[in-house]
Design a protein around this ligand. Sequence first.
Ligand code: NDP
Length: 334
Amino acid sequence: MTRPTGWGLIGASNVAREWIIDAIRAQPGGEVRAVLSSDEARGAAFAQAHGIASHTTSLQALLSRPDIDAVYISTNNSLHREQTIAAARAGKHVMCEKPLALSVEDATDMVQACNHARVVLATNHHLRNAATHIAMHGMIEDGRIGGLIAARVFHANFLAATLQGWRVNDQGGGVILDSTIHDIDTLRFLFDADPTSVFCMTQSGRLARDGIADGVMAVLRFPGDVLVQIHGGYTVPYAPGGIEIMGERGVIIGRDCMSQRPIGSVAVRTSDGEHEIQLKHHNLYHRAFELFTAAIHGGGRPAATGEDGVASLAIALALRESARTGREIGIKLP
Ligand code: NDP
């Protein structure tokens, strides 16, 4: 028999509206039972628009409900820490949005609180769930292109007008913590490794203000002397997104694979020419919530754990530090 999972949404956010409510409801027994908003009227409107039975402005009221097993946190980044720790103390499992927090210390506190309370903490790094990245990971693991030498990630676009809020005018935003952090997490997933050092330069001023980055070029060194280049940005219309992974015997080419949508292709180019890999696409968020739901009921682990969220945040913050200081920054993970 399907075990029901009662969810509370912490944050009446765009990402919850666009992707997450559907992903929760796609799970057998997955029910969105309440939404928390800091604004009574917005919470009421959100609940009504999405058929959610109750709404509240009180975190404690939401967390004290016995019919809520897990929470999805998608508030502003500065609130993730306090809300995650409160949820853990109330015995609720947590799927938290990235960046987990704004400092490594805060993110580590979140992991520790969830471990202490024996609840599952996951970070919503959705790209790990894409059929494209799963296929590329398998090909690297199978040695299809030999030893790795280098990679390039293209993940720049033009930020929709509706999203030009905290991303471009709040120090908790900026392209690195908002978007490049996903590229970092994806590389960690693809290579099963963390970079040892990073170097980064940023742009600001085309859309973002006060030195907040709206464009980034970074170089990461991974173990085995593998160099990776990332280009990210909010200001570039029409740019294709993708990844190229260069090995001693060939190249893996992921096209249109840095998307929230289940699209894109993967090809491998070797001495046999270029061959497209057959993919069966699926909704990235459905898979994230499927693995999370299994994990809270005792089976397996989420696609990206709390520890993954900490590591990807630490590397993203090292990119910011490199851009600020003009220095290569060594990575020390907690
Ligand atoms: P939103 O700006 O839509 O929501 C963030 C908060 O802003 C909400 O919690 C809400 O507060 C408040 N808010 C929303 N709409 C309004 C409004 N009209 N007026 C005033 N306040 C409003 O953020 P996003 O959905 O873009 O991002 C939320 C989180 O999710 C971030 O941490 C982000 O990094 C992450 N994210 C992750 C994605 C992924 O694919 N993994 C994709 C997009 C975002 P309240 O709840 O109090 O109402």
